[in-house]
Design a protein around this ligand. Structure first.
Ligand code: ATP
Ligand code: MG
Length: 225
C-alpha cells in the first residue's frame, strides 16, 4: 500500500514560489484502480512523481507498506523504483538512440538482461500491438506507438503499482480502449494497482476510485448512478 500523508510541493522559480500541491493525502491499496482528473497545471504530474519516489515533497510523507521513503538511502530508493513501481511518463522519456525493444528493457539493465526478460519485453510490445515495431527507434515511431512503448517499459519489472501520466493521451479511441482493457486485465488477474491521470473520462467505470485535483488539492469524487 502507498500512502501520501499531507504532501505539499513548492517549486521555486527565481523569486516566485509555485504551490503545486497544498496538502494531498491519498491511500492506494493493492488492486485499486484509481483515476485522477484535473485541469492543466493542477499538480497531477507532481503528485505522481512524488508517489513514485522520483521527486521529494516539500513537506508531508510518502509511505510504502508503512515505511517512510524519505528515510530510504539512494540504493533503497532506486530498488523501490525499480522493483515496485512502473512509471508511464507524460512525455514518454524514451531514449532516442535505442530501439523499442531496448527501451522496454532499460529499467532492467542493473539486474542484467536475460533471454527470458527479452522474451517478456517482446511479448509486452506484442500485447501493445507493436510486434511489428520492435526494432524501430523512437524517431521512427508515431506518438501513440511511443506511448505504448512507454507503457510496456513500465510493466517490464512486474511492478506492484503502475503510475501512468495520461497513458492514452496520444492514442485513438480504439487503441486507447485496447490498452485500458489490458491494464484492467492486469489489475484483475494480478491485483496490480493503477493510478492513472487522464482526460479521457469515458474510460472511467463506476467501480474505480476517482479523484479530482484542482489548485493543488485532491478531492474524492463520489458519483451517483
Ligand atoms: N520544475 C518545475 N519548476 C517550477 N514550476 C513547476 C515545475 N514543474 C511544475 N511546475 C508548476 O507546478 C504546477 C503543477 O504542475 P504539474 O506538471 O504537476 O501539472 P499537471 O496537472 O500535470 O499539468 P498538465 O495537465 O498540463 O500536465 C504548475 O503550475 C506548473 O507550472
Ligand atoms: Mg502533467
Amino acid at each position: 500500500m502507498i500512502v501520501l500523508d499531507k504532501v505539499t510541493k513548492v517549486y521555486k522559480v527565481g523569486e516566485t514560489e509555485v504551490h503545486a500541491l497544498k496538502g494531498v493525502s491519498l491511500k492506494v491499496r493493492p488492486g485499486d484502480f484509481v483515476f485522477i482528473v484535473g485541469p492543466s497545471g493542477s499538480g497531477k504530474t507532481t503528485l505522481l512523481e512524488i508517489m513514485g519516489g522520483l521527486m521529494t515533497p516539500t513537506s508531508g510523507r510518502v509511505l510504502i507498506d508503512g515505511k517512510d521513503i524519505s528515510k530510504f538511502n539512494d540504493w533503497q530508493l532506486s530498488l523501490f523504483r525499480r522493483n515496485r513501481i512502473g512509471f508511464v511518463f507524460q512525455n514518454f522519456n524514451l531514449i532516442p538512440s535505442l530501439t523499442a525493444l531496448e527501451n522496454v528493457l532499460v529499467p532492467m539493465i542493473p539486474e542484467g538482461i536475460t533471454k527470458s526478460l527479452e522474451k517478456r519485453a517482446r511479448e509486452l510490445l506484442k500485447e501493445m500491438g507493436l510486434g511489428h515495431r520492435l526494432h524501430h527507434t523512437p524517431g521512427q515511431l508515431s506518438g501513440g506507438e511511443k506511448q505504448r512503448v512507454a507503457i510496456a517499459r513500465a510493466l517490464i519489472n512486474e511492478p506492484l503499482i503502475v503510475l501512468a501520466d495520461e497513458p492514452t493521451g496520444e492514442l485513438d479511441t480504439a487503441t486507447g480502449a485496447m490498452i485500458m482493457d489490458y491494464m484492467r486485465k492486469l489489475n484483475k488477474e494480478n491485483n496490480l494497482s493503477f493510478v492513472i491521470v487522464t482526460h479521457d473520462v469515458e474510460y472511467i467505470r463506476k467501480s474505480d476510485k476517482l479523484y479530482r485535483i484542482k489548485d493543488g488539492l485532491l478531492h474524492h469524487v463520489r458519483r451517483v448512478g
